[in-house]
Design a protein around this ligand. Structure first.
Ligand SMILES: Cc1cc2nc3c(=O)[nH]c(=O)nc-3n(C[C@H](O)[C@H](O)[C@H](O)COP(=O)(O)O)c2cc1C
Length: 444
């Protein structure tokens, strides 16, 4: 079954113990959740109860903060968590409809390993796997892979493009019906339906084939996060879901138009690329209750952590020595996530924020759109962007977990359902079916 009406796609972005910088210090939070499978099982089941399309796990190839010393690091709340493909493989056995999207970097992996792992996840979940393709954005990660610093932005994207050629080529090693398992004839597979990749490129030499059959979705769903011009071109060519940081409606509409146009220029159907801005949420039964929940979290932000987070979000720009109650200095050129930096700098300039006000203002959503209020108020704001051509759906980023996810699933989703904006039952069993994405045809 596929989708008929246009409804919002919903992702649940679930870092333990929540998106607010101080979530781990909240009296109700469970700071060790990132190390407990039962915690994540409970989150996945809540997302499935709310009929989210997918759960989304970000990731880094190491500790991705601009920390200066162990004292600063020790104050942060999200230092340790499971490797996402491993975690999602386990969650696949406890869920039946929820899409399972893990982040993995093209800079610190080999395409063969990635093709194999995501294909495995697609089999284990009966067609619910997605890969959030990132190029990574920190020197801290490079240092875990025999390097002093990360490769330049353009080089990372060049490697990422070739990486995708190899991965998708490997996923097409075998035609859909290649395997016969025919005991009588003695043929395990039809040799005509095997395609050896023999990739010879600038970054990779990969013979293939993949040691897995074509997976239930044909190919796992490709998700992408990166908003620089290179990032948008990459998305236009490869992404089926784009996760993006957008603060205001006009900029979000412009991004939406731009990336859909680029997809069309690349010969794709624009509808086959779903744009999901992140939204940080604080839900209350009343507006005041939501505001109280937010203020309680804000009061727990440690200035050392706030500044470290801001520095990281700006692409590892060192802000020590600057007056916390003065303006943000001019930004140097960076090799990290230029798209993200621009959004945050613009936010600071437009609102005339001091460094302290800036880190407090993004302590919640780290630059993502901020939604606080009752289910009706939040549904209004989601609807506004959805109908105005700014989003095909949203990656929901709850303030703290599991409470914020439960609130969204049990209070906001019913309001969206009442308006006909989200599903009332899953359309299909695969992530592609639920998102309304085609199953890619085998390329031979
Ligand atoms: C919304 C968003 C989410 C991202 N999530 C991750 C992530 O989970 N892990 C990661 O290594 N990089 C992440 N990135 C950065 C990517 O690594 C990206 O490929 C790289 O920094 C280039 O981004 P740019 O095209 O915006 O410059 C994210 C970027 C954006 C805009």
């Amino acid at each position: 079954m596929t989708k008929k009406n246009r409804t919002m796609a919903l992702g649940a972005f679930l870092p333990a113990p929540g998106h607010h910088l101080a979530a781990w210090r909240h009296p109700e939070s469970h700071p060790q959740g990132g190390l407990e499978f039962d915690y994540y099982r409970r989150l996945a089941l809540a997302a499935e109860r709310g009929m989210f399309d997918l759960m989304f796990l970000s990731d880094g190839a190491g500790v991705r903060t601009a920390y200066k010393d162990a004292d600063e690091l020790s104050r942060q709340g999200r230092m340790v968590h499971f490797e996402p493909i491993t975690l999602l493989s386990a969650l696949a056995t406890h869920t039946s409809h929820l899409g399972l999207v893990a982040t993995a970097s093209t800079s610190y992996n080999e395409p063969f390993n990635i093709a194999r792992k995501f294909s495995s996840l697609d089999f284990l979940s009966n067609g619910r796997a997605g890969w959030n393709v990132v190029t990574s954005a920190t020197d801290a990660e490079a240092k875990n892979f025999n390097l002093e610093r990360q490769a330049p932005h353009a080089d990372r994207y060049a490697r990422a493009r070739e990486f995708m050629e190899v991965v998708t080529g490997l996923w097409d090693s075998w035609e859909d019906d290649a395997f016969q398992f025919d005991k009588d004839s003695g043929r395990f597979f039809d040799p005509e339906k095997l395609h050896i990749l023999n990739h010879q490129g600038e970054h990779f030499q990969v013979r293939g084939p993949l040691n897995l059959a074509r997976s239930p979705q044909g190919q796992p769903v490709i998700v992408q996060a990166g908003s620089s011009p290179d990032g948008k071109d990459f998305a236009a060519h490869w992404a089926e879901v784009v996760f993006t940081v957008q603060q205001n409606l006009e900029a979000a509409q412009e991004f939406y138009r731009d990336v859909k146009q680029r997809a069309q220029d690349a010969g794709r159907e624009p509808d086959q690329l779903k744009v999901l801005p992140g939204v940080f949420t604080v839900v209350g039964e009343t507006h005041d209750e939501a505001e109280e929940k937010y203020q309680q979290l804000q009061s727990l932000v440690d200035p050392v952590v706030g500044l470290g987070m801001l520095s990281y979000q700006l692409g590892m720009v060192d802000l020590t020595g600057h007056d916390l109650d003065g303006p943000l200095p001019e930004m140097p050129a960076i090799e990290g996530s230029t798209g993200k930096q621009n959004v945050i700098v613009q936010h600071a300039r437009e609102n005339n924020l001091t460094i302290r006000e800036l880190y407090l203002s993004i302590a919640a959503g780290r630059g993502h759109r901020f939604l606080l209020g009752t289910p009706v108020e939040i549904a209004d704001q989601l609807e506004e962007w959805f109908v105005a051509g700014a989003a095909d759906g949203f990656n929901v980023m709850p303030d703290m977990l599991p409470r914020g996810l439960d609130d969204f699933a049990d209070l906001v989703v019913p309001e969206l359902q009442r308006r006909g904006l989200v599903r009332t039952a899953y359309e299909g069993t695969t992530l592609r079916e639920n998102l309304g994405l085609h199953r890619p045809a085998h390329r031979h």
